[in-house]
Design a protein around this ligand. Sequence first.
Ligand code: ADP
Length: 252
Amino acid sequence: MVKRFDGREYNELRKINIKLNVIDNAKGSAIFSFGDTVALAAVYGPKPSKMSLDYEKAFLRVRYNMLTFSTPERKKPTPGRREIELSEVIKRALEPALLLEEIPGSIIDIYIEILNADAGTRTASINAASLALSLAGIPMKDLVIGLAVGKVGEKIVVDLNKEEEDYDSEKLKKDPEKSKYIEYYGEGRATDIPVAIIPSEKKFTLIQLDGEISNKELNDALNLALEKALEIKNLMKSNILKHLSSSGNFIY
Ligand code: ADP
């Protein structure tokens, strides 16, 4: 039976890979991957900031960057409009989970590098940053979980890869090797919905939508996102606990 391009079920995430504290000089760091999409996040601080002394809470700065070799065609090294926008999007997705008022007058920097991109880089970045923030000891209500859901053709799926994001049944009809996938996905193009969730509150801190979708389909997609966010959170949490106990730190 035909399944998704890479053989997954509609509700199956790509393989998740997590590596913790990979950068010695950072307070906390992590690599998070969804299949071939690999994000590295490093947290520096909190450090005292003259700039933010007037504020009652810590100031968060996020820089998202895609490395030149992260895409099949060499990406320009200078940060573009997309990278500036995604830095802001990621910051806003993370901020509601951070207890920044507990560390007033300080500044926290998060540097994110995309090592390899196959769609879903902003959501993988959110997970890498969440892990790095928690390892850096930044006070948080919960981990923030990023993942994409969406509609490919007529099918609701989780964690779209680039081939799915670019889906177009009209184009596939002309491709003898790929036209069989129309049987699975149906007619049309793709609608990608990257989201970020605070699982303990079932709160969405990011919902972006690129394409068209009905209310009922959107509801189904967001429910699927809530379900899968818990799965990702449990995996992230167990990785943190394993890492802390093997490095001599204990959590009570
Ligand atoms: P996201 O990575 O969060 O899904 P986009 O929807 O903007 O964000 O990008 C989708 C995918 O398109 C990226 O993950 C990457 O695979 C590819 N892509 C984005 N920008 C570029 C670029 N400048 N050059 C090559 N590929 C890119």
